[in-house]
Write a new protein. Structure first.
Length: 218
């Protein structure tokens, strides 16, 4: 599970990063909101943990940008040291998924992450690619003309990434960074094989090859 952590307190950032890494989460940490927003836009994460009071952009501003401008529905936990409810009210109005007040127990954070991950997986949306084709990522299935087609994990991940970044050119390097683990080293040929399989199912015209650059899903 890939987590982005936004926390400007360096000591707390280190503590949280070490704790999450020790619990087998892959953590990318940031100390300012602008850096966090850029990483969340350019990469795929399974969860974001955002402190409200951070430099350049607050965690709340990062949340608002993600939800309203970039239409990003990643699960988000807000961290706050504030005791008034105005910031929390605004966070939930912009579809934060949970919050935790400082100081907090590390095990409580772990419990909240696990709960949120389960809930998000259960409510993961189906994608209607056209009138006759439905992509069901939670089951790794594509239903085409009422026929169920099971697809591989990586094919599912690639197709979902394309759908979430529709009409944008995506390079092989971007796919490597966001779909494969850091210790995996797929070749360009591997990517081509997965995309060929997806094209055969959903239609060759849905994924264009931009020669020398990458692919674009329409």
């Amino acid at each position: 599970m890939k987590i982005l952590l936004l926390e400007d307190d360096i000591a707390l950032n280190d503590i949280l990063s070490d704790f999450l890494s020790d619990n087998d989460f892959e953590v990318t940490s940031c100390e300012n909101g602008e850096d966090a927003l850029e990483k969340l836009i350019e990469n795929r994460f399974d969860l974001a943990i955002l402190d409200i009071n951070t430099p350049s952009l607050s965690g709340l501003e990062v949340l608002i940008e993600l939800r309203n401008r970039y239409k990003n529905n990643i699960p988000i936990i807000i961290i706050t040291a504030y005791h008034d409810i105005s910031n929390l009210k605004k966070a939930f109005e912009n579809r934060a998924d949970d919050y935790i007040r400082k100081p907090f127990d590390l095990e409580e954070l772990k419990i909240r992450i696990s709960k949120l991950n389960r809930e998000f997986l259960l409510k993961e949306d189906n994608f209607f690619l056209d009138d006759n084709t439905i992509f069901k990522p939670e089951l790794s299935q594509i239903i085409k003309n009422d026929k169920i087609i099971n697809i591989a994990q990586k094919e599912k991940d690639i197709l979902r990434y394309f759908i979430n970044h529709k009409s944008r050119v995506i390079s092989n390097d971007e796919l490597f960074q966001n779909i494969w683990n850091y210790n995996e080293a797929p070749s360009d040929a591997t990517i081509r094989v997965y995309i060929k399989t997806i094209r055969e199912i959903i239609g060759k015209n849905r994924i264009s090859t931009i020669r020398g650059v990458g692919y674009k899903f329409e």
